[in-house]
Design a protein around this ligand. Structure first.
Ligand SMILES: Nc1ncnc2c1ncn2[C@@H]1O[C@H](COP(=O)(O)OP(=O)(O)O)[C@@H](O)[C@H]1O
Ligand SMILES: Cc1cn([C@H]2C[C@H](O)[C@@H](COP(=O)(O)OP(=O)(O)O)O2)c(=O)[nH]c1=O
Length: 209
């Protein structure tokens, strides 16, 4: 249960699903409705978190080290950015949050889910997103989009079976937490997805519609 007056929205999906594209749209949509909005990302979101991001996206390490650094970055992000913003009534949108640790370190890398659950309980026992938008695409679509646009980091160079397991864990969590997840078929055009996102925001947050 969340104990704050602001709203917390997270964006998830495998690399290349289109998260970044749609964060810009959501940010504009909410600001146009007068929402006091803080936009951030994980890993990162604070000066220390950005240093951890650089390490975790580029260095080889044990999978539990990787998970611990994700949660270390998150702990700082919550303390410095998310909790203060929510408690003053602002809204926070984050490009990834704890669902990504379950999907990538749990699903993709095969880390024990109970260990991730213990870290979640430690780092944010009382905080969950109010809404999680899961951008879902088949692996080949995501890969083609990535290859067309940028040089790839450590995660983005992983093989198809890694992303299949990551995607499956995201979808499993969407089924486990249907009250906060909305799964978006991201093979649709950007314009079609924007219409769908606007409808979700209006439905979930009736006060802004
Ligand atoms: N629905 C879509 N249809 C076609 N291209 C898309 C769509 N969504 C995103 N893209 C393109 O795919 C690439 C990756 O999108 P991006 O938003 O960076 O993905 P992510 O942040 O999920 O890794 C970008 O070039 C973007 O313009
Ligand atoms: C937050 C988080 C991200 N990640 C991974 C997923 C992504 O591949 C990577 C960085 O995420 P992202 O910011 O989506 O990458 P980009 O800026 O290239 O779009 O970190 C995890 O493995 N676990 C986590 O807990």
């Amino acid at each position: 249960m969340t104990q704050h007056s602001g709203k917390f929205i997270t964006f998830e999906g495998i690399d290349g699903a289109g998260k970044s594209t749609h964060i810009a749209f959501v940010s504009e949509y909410l600001k146009a409705r007068g929402v006091d909005l803080v936009s951030s990302r994980e890993p990162g979101g604070t000066p220390l978190g950005e240093k951890l991001r650089d390490l975790v996206l580029h260095e080889k390490m044990h999978l539990e080290t990787e998970a611990l650094l994700m949660f270390a970055s998150r702990r700082e992000h919550i303390a410095q950015v998310i909790a203060p913003a929510l408690s003053r009534g602002a809204w926070v949108i984050s490009d990834r949050f704890t669902d990504a640790s379950f999907a990538y370190q749990g699903g993709g890398r095969g880390m024990d889910l109970p260990k991730l659950e213990a870290l979640e309980q430690w780092v944010h026992p009382h905080l969950q997103p109010d809404l999680t938008l899961l951008f879902d695409v088949p692996l080949d679509v995501a890969r083609a989009r990535l290859n067309a646009t940028r040089s790839l980091d450590k995660f983005e160079r992983e093989q198809a079976d890694f992303f299949a397991a990551t995607r499956n864990e995201y979808l499993r969590r969407a089924t486990q937490f249907p009250q906060r997840f909305r799964v978006i078929d991201s093979t649709q055009s950007i314009a079609e997805i924007q219409v769908q996102i606007a409808a979700i925001l209006d439905e979930c947050f009736k006060s802004i519609a």
